[in-house]
Design a protein around this ligand. Structure first.
Ligand SMILES: NC(=O)c1ccc[n+]([C@@H]2O[C@H](COP(=O)([O-])OP(=O)(O)OC[C@H]3O[C@@H](n4cnc5c(N)ncnc54)[C@H](OP(=O)(O)O)[C@@H]3O)[C@@H](O)[C@H]2O)c1
Length: 287
C-alpha cells in the first residue's frame, strides 16, 4: 500500500525533531516511518511522499533548525509582514492585522524554532505584543526588547505576563556576567550606550550580548526600523517578507535603508517564493 503523504502537521513535528540536529533520519511520530534525512551541511532529503504544503514547510524551516557552525556567533532571521505597497502599519501605527491567519501561524512557527525573538521599542509600545508561541506546537523563545529609553510601559505583556523570560536592553555600558543568567521574569541589560545618544546601536553588538546569554538563534520580528538596522549591518542570514494582498497607500515603511542611485546597488538575495495561503512569502537568503 502506498504511504500516506506527509501533511503539514506531521511536517511540523519533523521540524521540531530537527532543531539543533544533523546527520540523522527523522521519523513520522505515529508510525516510525523514515521521513527526512538530514545531512551535516544543512541539506535534507525527503524519504517519504509529502503534500506540496508539507514540502514547503520543510524547505522553509529545516534551514533554520540546523546547528550553528563552529565559530558562528548567531544565526539571524528577520521578518516583515507588509502590504503590496511596502507598508507595515498605517501612519498611526495600526498594523493588526496586515497578514492573514496563515501568515500569523508562520510567525509563531519561526518563534518556536528560535532562542530569542527581538522587537524594537516602537513595536513593543504600539502593539503590546506577547511574542509567545500560541498558533503552533513548540517552546516560547526568550523575548528581547531594544528599549534604550525605557519607553515601553512597564504594564505591557512582555513585562507582566510571565509567559516567557524577557530581556530588556536599555542604556548603559555592558558589563558581562559570565555565565550570564536569564531570570524567569524580566532581566534588564544595560548595553545600549548613553541614554542621550540617538545613534542606532550596531546590531553586531546586540547579537554578542544575546550570545552571552546563550541566545544564538535570533528572530528579529520587527518593526521596520529594527529589521532595517539588522539588514543594513549585514547580519541577517534570512529575511522572510510576507506580502498581503492589501494596499494601504501611506504609513510606516517596511524598509528604511540609505539612498542608492543605481539599481545595480540594490539588494538581490537568492529567494524562494512560497504561497502561504493568506499571504505570499519571500524567503530571502543572505547567508
Ligand atoms: N507588519 C509587521 O510585520 C510588523 C511587525 C512589527 C511591528 N509592526 C508595526 O511597526 C510599527 C513599529 O515599527 P517601527 O519601525 O516604527 O519601530 P520599531 O522597529 O519597532 O522600533 C524602533 C525603535 O526601537 C529601538 N531600536 C531598535 N533597534 C535599535 C538599535 N539598533 N539601536 C538602538 N535602538 C534601537 C529604538 O528605540 P528608541 O527610539 O526608543 O531609541 C527605535 O526607535 C508599529 O506600528 C507596529 O505595529 C509591524
Amino acid at each position: 500500500m502506498a504511504a500516506h503523504p506527509l501533511d503539514t502537521e506531521t511536517a511540523w513535528q519533523l521540524v521540531l525533531q530537527a532543531v539543533n540536529r544533523s546527520n540523522v533520519t527523522l521519523a513520522v511520530p505515529e508510525t516510525s516511518e523514515a521521513a527526512v534525512r538530514l545531512n551535516g551541511r544543512g541539506a535534507w532529503h525527503l524519504l517519504h511522499p509529502a503534500t506540496d504544503k508539507a514540502n514547503d514547510l520543510l524547505s522553509l524551516f529545516l534551514p533554520l533548525c540546523r546547528p550553528l557552525e563552529d565559530g558562528t556567533v548567531s544565526r539571524v532571521v528577520g521578518q516583515l509582514g507588509q502590504s503590496l505597497d511596502g507598508r507595515i502599519a498605517t501612519a498611526t501605527g495600526h498594523s493588526r492585522f496586515i497578514n492573514g491567519a496563515d501568515g500569523i501561524t508562520h510567525l509563531h512557527r519561526i518563534r518556536a524554532v528560535s532562542d530569542a525573538v527581538v522587537v524594537g521599542a516602537g513595536t513593543a509600545t504600539t502593539d503590546n505584543p506577547r511574542l509567545t508561541v500560541r498558533r503552533a506546537q513548540g517552546p516560547n523563545p526568550v523575548r528581547v526588547v531594544i528599549d534604550r529609553h525605557r519607553r515601553v510601559p512597564d504594564s505591557h505583556h512582555l513585562f507582566t505576563d510571565g509567559e516567557a523570560p524577557t530581556l530588556r536592553l536599555v542604556a548603559g555600558t555592558y558589563r558581562p556576567n559570565r555565565p550570564a543568567r536569564i531570570e524567569s521574569g524580566v532581566t534588564e541589560v544595560p548595553c545600549l550606550g548613553p541614554c542621550h545618544d540617538s545613534e542606532t546601536v550596531c546590531p553586531t553588538n546586540i547579537l554578542r550580548v544575546l550570545a552571552d546569554f546563550g541566545l544564538r538563534k535570533v528572530f528579529v520580528e520587527g518593526g521596520g526600523l529594527t529589521v532595517s538596522a539588522f539588514l543594513r549591518a549585514g547580519v541577517l542570514d534570512r529575511l522572510h517578507v510576507m506580502v498581503a494582498p492589501m494596499i494601504i497607500g501611506s504609513g510606516r515603511p517596511a524598509f528604511s535603508l540609505p539612498e542608492i542611485d543605481l539599481l545595480e546597488d540594490a539588494l538581490r538575495p537568492r529567494s524562494q517564493l512560497v504561497n502561504l495561503g493568506s499571504d505570499m512569502l519571500f524567503d530571502l537568503d543572505f547567508s
